[in-house]
Design a protein around this ligand. Structure first.
Ligand SMILES: [Cu+2]
Length: 239
């Protein structure tokens, strides 16, 4: 175990630096970029027991871990939705559907971002039935069964909302829909980095949402070119 850890470290460093290069700010347009970190001790992620669903358990050679807080090196945190919450110009919703997969009795991605009115398509890739149940409180709440091999479930949400998603068959399945009024959003990678590009000059409120750490906002002023830095530091409470 120790040997594996040591030999995988250089690879990890390479992967992290490559991700950083990919998310480098675009020089020709205004934008906001930053890093999401936390202070304190994060909750420990736990292995999920899928033995009640052998068709899913057999897809995972090693136990799947819960994804509530996916911390990276240097207390960075993944799956933070960063978006413009005030100051954005109104625009039409993207026509391109967003895709949510049920695969190996997990939701992929764990957090799915979509715009208000954007088509959502939910796929069952498994050999078992799921019953997806997004626990909306602002938008209408529904749940739908989806046996193996059936077409995708199609839906849209009319109002902005962060919606917890669960499966009524498999209690460990857990995810989120982030329904946003803006087309300017990003989701942090494991290096905690995000980048919002192509912003017109002006003042904006940038909000960062995390399923466990909550929400933070800050004001930024974007110039005609160049990227403003906006870092967010969450506090992990004792669990
Ligand atoms: Cu399920």
């Amino acid at each position: 175990m120790r040997t594996r850890l040591i030999t995988s470290l250089p690879l990890l460093a390479l992967a992290v630096s490559a991700m950083g290069a990919l998310s480098a700010p675009v020089k020709t347009a205004g934008g906001v970029s930053g890093t999401i970190t936390f202070t304190g001790t994060p909750p420990r992620m736990r292995p999920i027991d899928m033995s009640k669903e052998p068709s899913c358990a057999s897809q995972h050679p090693t136990p799947v871990m819960t994804e509530t807080v996916m911390a990276g090196a240097g207390n960075t945190v993944q799956n933070v939705v960063v978006y413009i919450s005030a100051g954005d110009q109104a625009g039409a919703a993207a026509a391109q559907p967003v895709r949510y997969d049920q695969k190996g009795c997990q939701y992929v991605p764990h957090v799915l971002v979509m715009q208000v009115g954007q088509p959502l398509e939910i796929y069952n890739n498994d050999q078992t039935s799921h019953n997806i149940h997004p626990l909306a409180t602002i938008n209408p709440e529904w749940n739908k069964s989806q046996p193996p091999g059936t077409p995708p479930i199609k839906a849209t949400y009319a109002k902005p909302e962060f919606i917890t998603v669960k499966c009524n068959v498999h209690p460990w399945m857990h995810g989120y829909f982030a329904v946003l009024a803006t087309s300017h959003y990003a989701i942090s990678g494991n290096d905690g980095k995000f980048s919002l590009a192509g912003l017109a000059p002006g003042k904006y409120t940038i909000t960062a949402w995390h399923e466990k750490f909550g929400t933070q906002s800050q004001e930024v002023t974007v110039s005609a070119s160049g990227t403003v830095t906006a870092n967010f530091v969450f506090k992990a409470l004792p669990y």
